[in-house]
Design a protein around this ligand. Structure first.
Ligand code: SF4
Length: 76
């Protein structure tokens, strides 16, 4: 697993969502009206995270690149 810390994402993210959209712990829920909500699954076992983080999430120490996602690039 990868801990991105304060790394900047190198991939194109949905600017309205940010890191949660590319994170292994991010889960998108769609309401009956079609609205999308991003839930942080890490929040269920770590009180340091919000279940529904305010978007966009630009930095998160808990980010872990989702499978098949290249994740954030190196700091520099
Ligand atoms: S760990 Fe951070 S980036 Fe990942 S889903 Fe939770 S709030 Fe979003």
């Amino acid at each position: 697993m990868q801990d991105a810390g304060s790394a900047e994402p190198a991939l194109a993210l949905d600017p309205a969502v940010g890191l949660c959209g590319a994170c292994d712990h991010g889960h998108c829920q769609v309401s009956a009206s079609g609205s999308r909500f991003w839930r942080c699954l890490r929040a269920g076992r770590d009180p340091g995270y919000r279940r529904y983080p305010p978007l966009p999430v630009e930095r998160c120490p808990g980010f872990e690149a989702a499978r098949g996602n290249p994740g954030p690039g190196p700091d520099s």
